[in-house]
Structures are given as C-alpha cells and as structure tokens.
Ligand binder design. Sequence first.
Ligand SMILES: *Cc1c(COP(=O)(O)O)cnc(C)c1O
Length: 231
Amino acid sequence: MTSIAANLQAVRERIGAACLAAGRSKDSVHLLAVSKTWPAASLREAAATGQLAFGENYVQEAIDKIAALADPALEWHFIGPLQSNKTRPVAENFAWVHSVDRLKVAERLSAQRPSRLPPLKLCLQVNVSGEASKSGCAPAEAPGLAAAIALLPGVTLKGLMAIPEPTDDVAVQRSRFALLRETMDAINAVRAGGLDTLSMGMSDDLEAAIMEGATIVRIGTAIFGQREYEK
Ligand SMILES: *Cc1c(COP(=O)(O)O)cnc(C)c1O
C-alpha cells in the first residue's frame, strides 16, 4: 500500500470514529481530498483507492491537473479565494465552489456556467472567527446573500463553508463550527429546508467539525503529507 493509500485509510477511520462518537452515520460525512500543490500522480494514487472528490485552491494549477488526469469519474471542488476575473475557468471545469463570499462572484459563476453542465454547486463562505479571519461574509450577512444566490439559474446553493482560525483549543474549534451550523439553521428557518451542506473541518480539527455537524471535511495534510510551499 502506498503512503497516500495508508493515509486515506487512516483518515477514513478518523471520520468513522468521530461519526460514532457524534452518534452519526459515517455516510453522512463526505471526504474531500485537498490536493493543492501536489502533482497529478499523487491524485492518481488517491483515486486508485476510490477517492474521487478533490479540492483545489489555485485556478491555473487546478485546470492543469484536471486536464492531466482527464478522468470524468473525478469530482472537482474549488475551495480557494476566487477573484471575480477568474470565475470563467472555474464555472467551466468544477462541480462545486466552496469559497463564494459575495454576490458578484456567484452572479458571474451563474452566467458563465455552460448550459450542457448541471448547475454549479455552491457553498457560501462565512467568517466564523470575527477579527481573526478576513475571508468570508459576516454571519449576519449570510441569510441575505443566500436568498440572492438562490435566484441565480446556473448555480445551486448547497450550504455553508468556514475556515476558522487555527487553534488547539477544542472548545474554541467547536464554538466556531457551531456558529456555522446555527447560521445554516437560521437560513433554513426562513428558506424552508434549502441547505444541507456544512463544509468544515481540516486535518487538525475534523473531529470537532463532525461533532458540530460537518457534512464535508476538507483534508489535505493528513492525506498527502506536509505541503512544501504555499503560494
Ligand atoms: C489547504 C486547505 C485545506 C486542507 O488543510 P489541511 O490542514 O492540509 O488538511 C482545507 N480547506 C481549505 C480551504 C484549504 O485551503
């Protein structure tokens, strides 16, 4: 077994144990393999174990890998900061975007989504750490943005995403993730059951995220190893 295959198995076991501890079915949490900075060969190794969903942060790097792998079974999720002038290749090549934090980006993704493809699935990124983090809309803005995005034809709003500030304090981790869940509940209370996705939890805090209701965990380091650089 390769180290990527062994790491994936260990991550799947962590997810299973966290689901058990949370009293949840292990099928209720999807694993997104975050492959930024890693070459196509690493993704191929992961795909050989049945891992088909990959998260990428940088548009050009991702497009190159999508072309190199050329595998229609793979599902591509864009999770990095997205400038409004870079939306077109994302609208054309991805199944999901987790990092929408303003209406303009959602409008462009909707307009640029090719009609031969199903609507692009979106998560609204919410800043659950206040001053400690800059990306994402404020929790109080999320219901209004969600209502506006829901009207766009080329996209489907699935849920919310957060990247809390790193901390070893599990109580703080859980409070950030709980805020994302409560924000989704508040949106669903007025929009009658529209959202079902909480994209939250990374290599160091996936257990806390699953305790608070994560449905997608985004895991990089625990699968592929320590990244040698961050762009
Ligand atoms: C890099 C990244 C991850 C993965 O983080 P790890 O700590 O390596 O698991 C998850 N989500 C986002 C948005 C990222 O940029």
